[in-house]
Design a protein around this ligand. Structure first.
Ligand code: CTP
Ligand code: ZN
Length: 157
């Protein structure tokens, strides 16, 4: 339970709260799930707020938006300990921890221009295996190119 004296951002009625984000990474998460702020729904962001568990953390609250499994997997790349809270009528009705999957298919683009997944005529979707769950590195299944989080963020801008 959150003590009202600790509450930095108001509660939402319906939507998603992404909690326990490492401090300073909220904007990267928004980029990952393609929330620009121009969609029209209310988005509340708190950065570098106090947390019992993390020292400091970021929080994102998105009204009337629920995340897909692929989006939760992408969040795990930046915030491996994030908690996703589904809020209905002001209550948290579901709490899930994000989890890094073994592989990412069809979501990210290989950085290697000569990778077979970048040949349009092949119409082969991308596939990356999670190589190191601590360093958070991915490797293209087809061409072996290593992909870092910084590469992923670059391709999202
Ligand atoms: N929250 C919200 N709007 C609501 C309900 C909850 O914005 N209507 C937010 C809270 O502010 C908190 C998060 O959702 O940041 C999780 O809420 P809750 O489970 O009540 O808090 P804690 O018990 O502190 O969560 P945890 O144990 O996951 O740290
Ligand atoms: Zn490749």
């Amino acid at each position: 339970m959150t003590n009202s004296s600790e509450l930095k951002v108001k509660k939402i009625m319906n939507g998603t709260v992404i909690d326990h984000i490492p401090s300073g990474r909220a904007l990267d998460i928004l980029k990952m799930v393609k929330i620009t702020g121009r969609e029209g729904n209310v988005v509340l962001i708190a950065m570098n707020v106090e947390s019992r568990k993390l020292g400091r953390k970021d929080i994102i609250k998105i009204e009337n938006r629920y995340l897909l499994k692929d989006e939760l997997n992408l969040i795990a790349l930046i915030a491996p300990n994030a908690t996703i809270n589904i809020v209905k009528n002001y209550d948290v009705i579901e709490k899930v921890k994000v989890e890094l999957p073994e592989k990412f298919e069809g979501i990210l683009k290989c950085q290697n221009p000569s990778c077979i997944t970048n040949y349009e005529r092949e119409s082969l979707s991308s596939k990356f295996l999670v190589e190191d769950k601590v360093k958070l590195t991915l490797r293209c299944f087809y061409c072996d190119r290593l992909m870092l989080i910084s590469d992923i963020l670059k391709q999202l801008t």
